[in-house]
Ligand binder design. Structure first.
Ligand SMILES: [Zn+2]
Length: 309
C-alpha cells in the first residue's frame, strides 16, 4: 500500500512538473532578421498582429502607397492575449507578430501592395505568412484572429467576418444565405445555432464581449454598423478562413478601440482576459473545440517515476 501511495505521489508530482513546464513562456523564434516574432502554441488558435510593428530600419525604404498608420499597442495586446489564454486554459495560442513598422511593410495586404517589391520587406511578409501557415498546419481546424486597432469615434470593438454593412443589415433567410461567403462558414457544420446567432446572437463573440461590458459590432445590441465606419475583415481574414472542403478553420479581424481597451497595461490585460474567455466559450459552443492543455507525456506511474527523478 505504501508503495502504491508513493507511486501515486510521484505521478502527481510529475503532473505538476508537466503543468509547470506548460506555463513557462513558449520558445520565441525571431524570423527575417528579427522583424517577425513567432511563438509556437499548443491551442488550435492563432493570434496575429500585423500592424503593431515599431522597427524602422533606414535601409528599408518607406512605402509610398497605402495606409502606413501603426495600430498602436496591438503588438503588446497580442502578447497579453496569449498570456490570458495561458492563464485560463493552461496552454498557449500560436502568436505571430510583425515587428517591422507599417511604414515598411503591411502584412495584411497582398505581397506587392505590402512591400512595393522591396526585398527586405518581402522577406518579412513571407516570414509572417509562413509562420501562420506552420501554425495552421498543426491542426485541421481552429480559429485565426487578426488583431488590429482602429480610431473610429464610436469606440466599439469591431468584429470582421468578411460581411459588410449592407450584408449585416439583412435578416432571416437572406442573412442565412450569406454564411458561405463569411469567414465563419465552417461553423455551419458544427454549431447548434443559426448563422445569424453565430454572428450576433448571445453566444456570438460580439454577444459575449457585449455582456462583459465591451460594446461590439455585430452583437445582439448592435447588429450592424448603422452607417458608421466599420472594418469588415481584410486580406488575412480572407486568406486564413476555411480554404477547401474539410478545412475547419474560421477567421476574423478584431479591431480594437484605443480608450479602455489598448491604451494602458491594465486595460489591455482586462480586455485580453475577457476576449480569451469569450473565445473559449465561443469555440466550445459553436465548434465543439475545448481549449485545454495538451495531454502530458507519459501517463503511467513508471513514466511518473522517471520524470520525478
Ligand atoms: Zn490594422
Amino acid at each position: 500500500m505504501q508503495r502504491f501511495l508513493a507511486i501515486l505521489f510521484l505521478a502527481a508530482a510529475a503532473a505538476l512538473v508537466d503543468r509547470a513546464g506548460a506555463e513557462t513562456p513558449a520558445a520565441r523564434d525571431l524570423l527575417a532578421d528579427g522583424t517577425v516574432e513567432y511563438l509556437p502554441g499548443d491551442l488550435p488558435v492563432i493570434v496575429a498582429a500585423p500592424h503593431g510593428g515599431r522597427l524602422e530600419p533606414a535601409e528599408i525604404p518607406d512605402r509610398e502607397n497605402g495606409t502606413t498608420v501603426r495600430d498602436v499597442n496591438t503588438d503588446l495586446l497580442a502578447h497579453d492575449l496569449a498570456e490570458a489564454f495561458q492563464r485560463q486554459c493552461g496552454a498557449r495560442p500560436h502568436l505571430v507578430v510583425c515587428l517591422l513598422s507599417r511604414t515598411k511593410v503591411d502584412c495584411n495586404r497582398d505581397a506587392l501592395t505590402a512591400t512595393a517589391g522591396q526585398p527586405a520587406a518581402l522577406a518579412t511578409w513571407r516570414a509572417f505568412h509562413e509562420a501562420i501557415a506552420r501554425a495552421r498546419d498543426v491542426s485541421g481546424r481552429g480559429l485565426f484572429i487578426d488583431l488590429h486597432g482602429h480610431s473610429h469615434p464610436e469606440g466599439r470593438v469591431e468584429l470582421g467576418y468578411l460581411l459588410g454593412e449592407d450584408q449585416l443589415r439583412e435578416v432571416g433567410a437572406a442573412f442565412e444565405a450569406l454564411a458561405p461567403v463569411s469567414s465563419l462558414a465552417a461553423l455551419l457544420a458544427t454549431s447548434p445555432d443559426s448563422f445569424e446567432q453565430i454572428v450576433r446572437g448571445p453566444k456570438s463573440l460580439g454577444g459575449l464581449l457585449e455582456e462583459a461590458g465591451y460594446p461590439s459590432v455585430p452583437s445582439p445590441g448592435i447588429p450592424h454598423p448603422g452607417g458608421a465606419a466599420y472594418f469588415r475583415g481584410g486580406y488575412n481574414t480572407a486568406r486564413y478562413r476555411a480554404a477547401r472542403e474539410g478545412d475547419g478553420w474560421i477567421s476574423l479581424q478584431i479591431e480594437c478601440p484605443r480608450p479602455g481597451v489598448r491604451d494602458t497595461p491594465q486595460n489591455r490585460r482586462r480586455f485580453a482576459e475577457t476576449l480569451a474567455a469569450a473565445v473559449e466559450t465561443f469555440l466550445s459552443h459553436h465548434a465543439d473545440i475545448r481549449l485545454e492543455p495538451p495531454a502530458p507525456v507519459g501517463e503511467s506511474p513508471a513514466a511518473g517515476l522517471r520524470a520525478a527523478r
